[in-house]
Design a protein around this ligand. Structure first.
Ligand code: ADP
Ligand code: NA
Length: 330
């Protein structure tokens, strides 16, 4: 029986993935390989919507791929590739841009937020059309499901609208993708400001755990995470945001339920919880970093894996684009 197809991508815009990326998204990518037909990509086309250094981008793209492999993306079970290696993304994107209303694109709130941060004159047209490229990414593979967080809902809605619009005007061509909302995925918060989400653009570097930083540094950040003045270790995101965040991370890394953790820390203090979690984190990242290093020690092999992934992706992408080009009159 044919498996449903899933597609997801991550931007190579940081030197390392962070714990939020892993526990909130990438862990799910790995699991979905058991049940779905999976396409995963490093989205370097999206990465140039903000100014980039070419050398840094090339390096980050490889390091991103190495991290995905080290986290468990298996190139024998998933097509793992780099977006720019598949020219059909940009080609389909143009066709979809011509089907998107200017007003419709202008309503994307993420652009408004990002453009406001950069200053309207500095924001590129690429940043503006980014969600349309994202639609092309998805529709090219006829993906049924797209694992998304809350922040991507509006963009996925645009992808669905474009698929339906194209199908209506030119005949059934695209699968209309559904959001794949993952129930047990953790939302991870900043360790120093546990009411805002952990992010690569964190205001304090001590709030962010980067998977490739020195594990000793990560351990120290956990041990100095902000908690409240109380003593009880209970999961209460409203009243005890810091402790609850640590419990979420602990639970996600060990598979132990929050209840189980509350019980085992009943007679212990915050210090014990942090010390144990710091150790658990070190035990997770140390072998992960060794695996990343070994992938990066053999760049030619890594590039071969990515070339094979791009070939698998293009098998599907060229087929979709050929139908699209024919239907629009090319
Ligand atoms: P950032 O927010 O650091 O810029 P991205 O937007 O590049 O990270 O996120 C890549 C993926 O990681 C997305 O699927 C997003 O939902 C997930 N993600 C990012 N930060 C977190 C977090 N703090 N908790 C859970 N998931 C997260
Ligand atoms: Na983000």
């Amino acid at each position: 029986e044919a498996r449903l197809r899933v597609l997801s991508g991550i931007q190579p815009t940081a030197d390392s993935f962070h714990l939020g990326n892993y526990l909130g998204a990438l862990r799910q990518w790995v699991r979905l390989q058991d049940t779905h037909d999976t396409f995963y990509m490093v989205v370097d086309l999206h990465a140039i919507t903000v100014e980039q250094d070419p050398k840094v981008l090339r390096q980050r793209t490889r390091v991103s791929a190495a991290q995905l492999l080290a986290l468990g993306v298996d190139p024998d079970r998933s097509a793992l590739f780099v977006q720019s290696h598949v020219p059909e993304h940009a080609q389909l994107s143009w066709v979809l841009e011509c089907l998107t209303g200017f007003g419709e694109a202008s309503r994307m709130t993420q652009f408004k937020d990002k453009a406001a941060k950069q200053g309207a004159d500095r924001a590129s047209v690429g940043l503006f059309t980014y969600p349309i490229l994202q639609a092309a990414d998805i529709l090219l593979y006829q993906a049924h499901a797209v694992p998304v967080g809350e922040d991507q809902r509006q963009h996925l809605e645009l992808s669905r609208n474009l698929a339906q619009r194209f199908n209506h005007r030119f005949g059934k061509t695209f699968v209309v993708p559904e959001p794949h909302i993952v129930k047990d995925t953790a939302k991870i918060y900043d360790l120093q400001d546990p009411t805002s989400k952990m992010s690569k653009s964190a205001s304090s570097p001590n709030g962010l755990i980067e998977l490739l930083e020195d594990p000793k540094r990560s351990a120290k950040k956990i041990r100095s995470a902000v908690t409240d003045t109380g003593r009880e270790i209970v999961f209460d995101p409203e009243g005890k945001a810091g402790v609850s965040n640590l419990l979420s991370i602990y639970s996600a890394l060990t598979g132990k339920s929050i209840e189980e953790l509350e019980n085992s820390y009943r007679d212990k203090g915050y210090g014990d919880l942090k010390k144990d979690l710091a150790e658990i984190l070190v035990e997770f990242v140390t072998p992960f970093q060794e695996r990343v290093k070994s992938y990066l020690d053999d760049i030619s092999e890594l590039d071969k894996v990515l070339a094979r992934g791009a070939e698998q992706a293009r098998e599907v992408a060229t087929r979709t684009l050929a139908v699209v080009y024919d239907r629009v009159g090319f």
